[in-house]
Write a protein that binds this ligand. Structure first.
Ligand code: SER
Ligand code: ZN
Length: 502
């Protein structure tokens, strides 16, 4: 690694009469600070006076002694040694004219990349980034290291582009003969059980469909969560950016959020023109609306767990409360699915119960085992569906925009997938991911600074998507309640009559 920095170091007065002292100051800094210790720690500075009150500095360093870290140090030393004595302060408004950083990549880059704030040149395993006209503030904020990391990450990702996702089977149920092979969404629309919602990817569920979703909900709560001791909490649906910054969602999924904009004011006078325009045109004036809306600083729930972790932020959990087992069953999740939408299976707004668990590694492995047991009981004995489990790329990697990682020891995500007969053969069609279960290690525990009295904490979560459960079930079992498995019918004795339209 090589850091090559050219900076302007302005003075508050003329250097002419004290040039000798200044030369001494810099050569002293060069000898005693920069040029010391093992070779990889050494750096070199050269300086030249430009006019009367500006020094041009050139610092070249290796990886362990980054050139830019010396600017504030030089400024400090200057003001002690020169500033006080000769009343010429230095370094106020230091500007970096050019900063060239060269470093080695793990693998050769496959194509060019770009990053903000700098020009990037890649040649084989060699990367060079060149910054121009940078402020001190910029350097202080640790942007440089993050820019280097971003270059590394982008080159690393080039190796995963176009590769299939990680998928490793764990278990598969026996084949089960489907009752039919139709797309349940289409058929439910025909029967009037559901209606396409007023905006993209949303659905309006009529009584019959609601009864099915509610049966799924009851099964999840009574057969899985309550027997294991999960307690219900209610999380907010609106997630401020600082939470997603901590979980990584904001950098991973910015194109998938539904953003929430607050009004700038509720002062009626400020809204008067908007109202008046609407009264005359019977339409929404977006120009006028924009004047009264603030830029979004939050989004609608994407997964429930981030806000649940936030609720534990900075807390020390008593040993006797471990493992913490809680679930949210109220926050709707919204994801801008765009091209991927299909029926009630892949939607922009969905209903999910999300249990999360916090405890020691052993406690979490235990709870994972117990959840798996209860889920197997539900899918085998109650819904009686054909399904399988596989290790997949952990959702927290995917949702943080990371690729290529797989299972690490005990952490990772298991997907539950169901055969969807309407999509084709078991072998060639895509199965529906109808549920997941993850252990995340200490990722969010650290991000939200959650502690226990003694134990080291881990966390995990599991997504129980009600639309997904219903889709998997109905795709295999059809819409005729008489053909539904008897143990499911215990949770849904009779379909409501619904509403008849003429
Ligand atoms: N957080 C997990 C997910 O988003 C489970 O809900 O899939
Ligand atoms: Zn989660």
């Amino acid at each position: 690694m090589k850091f090559d920095l050219k900076a302007d170091f302005p003075l508050s007065g003329s250097a002419v009469s004290i040039k000798k002292e200044i030369d001494e100051f810099f050569s002293d800094y060069d000898k005693n600070v920069l040029n010391r210790g093992p070779s990889q720690k050494r750096a070199k500075i050269t300086w030249s006076l430009c006019g009367e009150d500006l020094y041009k500095l050139h610092i070249v360093s290796g990886s362990n002694n980054r050139a830019h870290n010396h600017l504030p140090r030089i400024k400090k030393a200057w003001n002690i040694k020169i500033g006080k004595k000769y009343h010429v302060s230095g370094g106020k408004g230091t500007k970096i004219e050019k900063y060239k950083i060269e470093f080695e990549l793990e693998k050769e880059s496959l194509k060019e990349i770009t990053i903000p704030f700098a020009e990037v040149k890649l040649k084989g395993k060699q990367a060079t980034i060149i910054l121009k006209d940078v402020t001190e503030e910029f350097l202080r904020r640790n942007y440089i290291d993050r820019m280097i990391n971003l270059v590394r990450e982008k080159v690393e990702n080039q190796y995963y582009e176009g590769k299939g996702e990680f998928w490793k089977p764990i278990w598969q149920s026996p084949e089960k003969k489907p009752m039919w092979s139709k797309d349940p969404t289409e058929e439910m629309i025909k029967l009037g059980w559901i209606k396409q919602g007023p905006t993209k990817g949303k659905w309006f569920y009529r009584p019959q469909a609601v009864a099915i979703l509610k049966a799924m909900e009851e099964i999840a709560i009574k057969e899985v969560l309550k027997p294991l001791g999960f307690q219900e909490i209610i999380a907010s649906h609106v997630v401020p950016f600082d939470i997603w910054l901590k979980t990584g969602h904001l950098e991973g999924m910015p194109g998938e959020f539904y953003y929430v904009a607050e009004p700038v004011t509720r002062d009626v006078e400020k809204w008067q023109r908007f109202i008046d325009l609407m009264k005359i045109t019977k339409d929404v004036s977006f120009d006028e609306l924009n004047k009264n809306l603030s830029t979004p600083q939050a989004g609608i729930c994407y997964a429930q767990c981030p806000v649940i972790y936030w609720s534990f932020k900075g807390k020390t959990i008593a040993e006797k409360s471990l493992p913490v087992l809680v679930y949210d069953n109220t926050a709707n999740s919204c994801r801008y699915e765009s091209g991927g939408r299909h029926g009630i299976e892949r939607v922009d707004e969905f209903h999910r119960i999300e249990p999360i668990y916090i405890g020691t590694r052993e406690q979490l492995l235990d709870i994972r085992g117990k959840l798996l047991e209860r889920y197997q009981h539900v899918f085998n004995d109650i819904l009686d569906i054909e399904w399988r489990m596989a290790w997949v790329t952990p959702w927290y990697m995917k949702q943080a925009g990371k690729i290529g990682d797989t299972i690490k020891q005990d952490t990772g995500t298991i997907d539950f997938e169901a055969y969807m007969p309407y999509r084709g053969s078991r072998r060639d069609s895509e199965w529906l991911e109808f549920q997941n279960l993850s252990i995340l290690g200490d990722k969010y525990i650290k991000a939200f600074n959650i502690k226990a009295q003694k134990s080291e904490l881990w966390s995990g979560c599991s997504g129980i998507g009600l639309e997904r459960w219903a889709s998997a079930f109905l795709a295999q079992k059809g819409l005729d309640p008489n053909k539904w498995p008897p143990r499911f019918k215990k949770h849904l004795k009779e379909l409501p009559e619904g509403i008849e339209f003429l």
